[in-house]
Design a protein around this ligand. Structure first.
Ligand code: FAD
Ligand code: THG
Length: 816
């Protein structure tokens, strides 16, 4: 590709405009933006967005995107007119549950570095006098939130891009994508074809249609959402100028699925309090020159009736008003509520940036520009990656059902462990029937039904001693999980590891390929397992893997998800010397862990499972009774034992064989809840939660998996400049003072009363008898002995930074 690639952007909504600005600012000026409608009121979603920008999100990434939008649009004007007005944001609570929820939301923003405060009803009304004080129990105020003028901000950014050489072509409807081999080469429109090295589809809810032209799944659903404007209110007369439009904070009434803003002397109201109204993208034609259409559908009054009563209750000044205009506007929802960003898996140079709100537009555009130009976005985008989905998550029925459900739940209070209710039973391990017989309580992960604990263990004497915890932390939890953890450390337990993604890499080039892509030394004898990292070019941790060398040219990878397969596939050499295959579905795995694991397994086989004969981080093929298996001696829970793999067809037989052999030893089946506690006691990181591409291995405490001496590998250069002892922040364990307080992750951590970091994962450590929280802290505070506080709802819980690992630092339990 030339130094200055030819870029075609599809769509001149807020995302396409912001992207053209970010690209040209970085020197990529050969940018053509193709738009089917007129400029800049194109008729897409941005043309109708009332532009409320609320920054609070459980996702650090989304808050970062929103904060950049605030910052960027604040400095932007169009012909002297504002693009962002920082009127602040107010979220009110009308129920005790919501009052607690806004404390949690306040915590997130504190964790992500955006200042906000909780208000009493009196204080809330002082900030927003139209709110009826009697209706609310409290509120959450974010002074830096505000209103974006989507069209103005779009045009202002487009003008800057045009000054740098970009061109915007209205009335160009894209009808096809051209490619040669596996590369995109151009975009076909009704006005002719445009050659391109890189195409970025910013087509909003039309994304799936453009995707279809390129052979790419774009899993979003266009949904209609109601927005109305009232008649003028006496209470607002003379309060706002035409130019400024609004002065009171944007307002959310999440208990009733409503949001509000001012339009001079009227109130604008958005409602999610109606049935999901999915739209078929093929039904949405784009009539030339119409700004109102196609993303503005006729208002369905009956869907607003109940909401209108709720509006009047919260804002009594509305009693005298009427709904004067309303429409059902279309925008995109996804299966997990996150945007779609990244390069198509099968068509190089074809990218998407879709399902993006105005709120996140500038942040998404900046990350896209960094990704395209520098090769890696500076913000961690794994939650937004187009390639994050398992295949079942691309089924049209799944996409439809989950996206509609996300619309319904958009303002709901969601527990971090709360699984989707539907669709379920998508992926069942071969042990599923046995697990049900044992009373497994299932949650869902990547479609897998995954036991969190087993009711069959309810009479274990260990259950008695397990301490209680607060109401929130008790959801999707049982003291039985504590007993399962303790029995794992005392005897032996069976864990279903089938949901762990397994990849097979084969071929004459396999070793060199994996050596280059990962950080640790893989040139080891057949039968060796290695813990190793995938890094970005920037040195950020893309994933952590185990890689077992099962043959000279055959490796089995224990991975974290679809993005690992995507990354490996993208980097495959062209010469066909390496193959990568996802073998998860055809295989299964049981972790047999605990001090009696060897007593359980050895009698089943002639293969030597002794400490000498089967060392730590070694792999062997063996027969356990009738079942051929691959056994790997490693343990994410930090106990003696093996991950035992076989093919799916023989899974039940494997379970039964191990279960029977374990009866005299007191074996139990144990679930994910115990598993998570045990791994935190050992300090084993969970990628995506504890660390992401935002962190380098030394900060994350996994520098031991980097072998700088082994030769070149992806990301090595970036690490060369880093002094492992001198990183600016670290992931460290905290031990909470209060033994009955368990936090959930994402809580802010305070040092000397000031926000300094945030919790990643947390669990009660049943062996330690302490509540554990892993947290990112700046270097000065990330020192054992430092006293900190964890913000949990309205409390500040005292905690101390501890030395790690918290449990079995000498590894006596594993290496014996
Ligand atoms: P669009 O603005 O839809 O732009 C996509 C463009 O691609 C369109 O101009 C379209 O014409 C063009 N295009 C599509 N197909 C083709 C083709 N084949 N050839 C050429 N061009 C094509 N977000 C917030 O952050 N805050 C809010 O308060 C808010 N409120 C909303 C209220 C309503 C009623 C609605 C409908 C949406 C709201 N949103 C809000 C969401 C927000 O409007 C959208 O998420 C955002 O505008 C999407 O921007 P976009 O650039 O991706 O899409
Ligand atoms: N099992 C397998 N693969 C996996 C995981 C697993 N891949 C993804 C994820 N989990 C990887 N995470 C870890 C984290 C820690 C360890 C293994 C996988 C581990 N670490 C030891 C330690 O840190 O002391 C040993 C490290 C070493 O000797 O290099 O065991 O659960 N198959």
């Amino acid at each position: 590709m030339a130094a200055q690639p030819k870029v075609v952007v599809i769509g001149a909504g807020i995302v396409g405009c912001a992207l053209s600005d970010e690209l040209t600012e970085r020197g990529w000026t050969d940018v053509t933006v193709l738009e089917q409608g007129p400029l800049f009121a194109t008729g897409g979603s941005s043309s109708h967005a009332p532009g409320l920008v609320f920054q609070a999100s459980p996702s650090k990434t989304m808050t970062e995107f929103a904060s950049y939008t605030v910052q960027k649009y604040t400095d932007l004007t169009l012909d002297g007119q504002w693009c962002f007005q920082q009127v602040g944001g107010l979220e009110v609570a009308t129920t005790p549950e919501r009052l607690a929820e806004i404390e949690r939301r306040h915590g997130w923003l504190t964790s992500w570095g955006v200042s906000s405060r909780l208000l009493t009803p009196e204080e809330a009304v002082a900030v927003h006098p139209l709110v009826d004080q009697e209706q609310i129990l409290g509120a959450f105020h974010i002074p830096s939130d505000g209103l974006a003028k989507a069209l103005r901000a779009g045009e202002a950014q487009a003008r800057r891009a045009m000054e740098r050489g970009a061109r915007f072509l209205p009335h160009h409807t894209v009808t096809g994508i051209e490619s040669s081999g596996d590369r995109v080469t151009g975009v076909v429109t009704d006005q002719g074809t445009f050659g391109a090295d890189i195409v970025v589809s910013c087509a909003g809810f039309w994304g799936p249609r453009i995707g279809e032209m390129a052979g790419v799944s774009v899993p979003l659903v266009p949904l209609a959402h109601q927005y109305v404007k009232t008649s003028p209110l006496a209470a607002l007369a003379g309060q706002n100028t035409e130019a400024l439009e609004a002065s009171r904070p944007i307002l959310r009434h999440q208990d009733r699925d409503l949001y509000f803003r001012e339009h001079v002397d009227r109130i604008g109201i958005g409602s999610y309090a109606h049935r999901p109204m999915p739209i078929r993208v093929d039904d949405v034609e784009h009539p030339r020159d119409s700004v109102d259409q196609p993303s503005k559908l006729a208002f369905t009054e009956e869907d607003f009736a109940a909401a209108w009563a709720d509006c009047k209750q919260l804002l009594p000044a509305l009693a005298e008003a009427k709904v004067e205009e309303g429409f059902n506007g279309i925008f995109s929802f996804t299966t997990d509520g996150m945007p779609l960003m990244g390069e198509a898996p099968s068509l190089k140079g074809f990218w998407v940036a879709e399902a993006v709100w105005v709120t996140h537009s500038a942040g998404v555009a900046r990350a896209m520009a960094e990704w395209l130009i520098e090769g890696t976005p500076r913000t961690d985008v794994h939650e937004c990656d187009l390639n994050r989905f398992e295949e079942h998550q691309l089924a049209p029925s799944y996409v439809q059902q989950r996206s509609c459900q996300n619309f319904v739940e958009v303002y709901d209070i969601l527990h971090p462990l709360q699984p989707a209710e539907a669709p379920r039973q998508l992926r069942l391990s071969p042990f599923h029937d046995r697990q049900r017989e044992l009373g497994a309580v299932f949650l869902e992960a990547s479609g897998w039904e995954r036991p969190h604990w087993y009711e069959a263990n309810k009479d274990l004497p260990e259950v008695e001693g397990v301490p209680g915890r607060g109401e929130w932390a008790s959801r999707y939890w049982s003291p039985i999980a504590g007993a399962e953890a303790l029995v794992t450390r005392e005897r032996v337990a069976m864990y279903d590891m089938t949901a762990l993604k397994r990849l097979e890499v084969t071929g004459p080039g396999a070793l060199n390929f994996l050596q280059y892509l990962t950080t640790n030394q893989l040139d080891k004898p057949v039968g060796t397992v290695v813990y190793t990292l995938l890094l970005e070019e920037t040195g950020g941790v893309r994933s952590d893997l185990t890689i077992a060398r099962l043959g000279e040219e055959r490796f089995q990878i224990g991975a974290n998800g679809p993005l690992d397969l995507d990354w490996l596939t993208r980097h495959l050499p062209d010469d066909g010397s390496v193959q990568v295959r996802d073998i998860t579905a055809g295989t299964c795995c049981i972790g047999v862990w605990g001090p009696l694991a060897r007593e359980l397994v050895q009698p089943l086989t002639d293969t030597d499972f002794s400490h000498k004969g089967f060392g730590y981080f070694k792999a062997k093929h063996a027969y356990l009774g009738d079942v051929p298996v691959t056994a790997m001696r490693l343990s994410y829970v930090g106990e003696l034992g093996w991950e035992i793999y076989t093919t799916a067809d023989q899974g039940t037989k494997l379970w039964d064989t191990l279960w029977e052999a374990g009866q005299s030893l007191g074996v139990i089946a144990a679930g994910r809840s115990a598993f998570n506690s045990l791994r935190l006691e050992k300090g084993y990181r969970s990628w995506g939660t504890d660390m992401t591409a935002e962190h380098n291995p030394y900060e994350a405490g996994i520098g031991f998996a980097v072998r700088m001496q082994k030769g070149d590998f992806l990301g090595r250069e970036a690490l060369e400049g880093i002094d492992p002892e001198n990183v600016s922040r670290r992931l460290v364990p905290l031990l909470l003072e209060d033994g009955e307080a368990v936090v959930m992750g994402k809580e802010p951590v305070f040092v000397d009363g000031e926000p300094a970091g945030y919790v990643t994962s947390a669990a009660y450590g049943y062996t330690l008898g302490r509540s554990i929280a892993y947290a990112w802290l700046p270097r000065a505070a990330a020192v054992a002995g430092t006293t900190v506080q964890v913000g949990y709802f309205g409390d500040r819980l005292s905690a101390t930074v501890a030395e790690e690992p918290l449990f079995d630092p000498k590894m006596t339990r594993i290496r014996r």
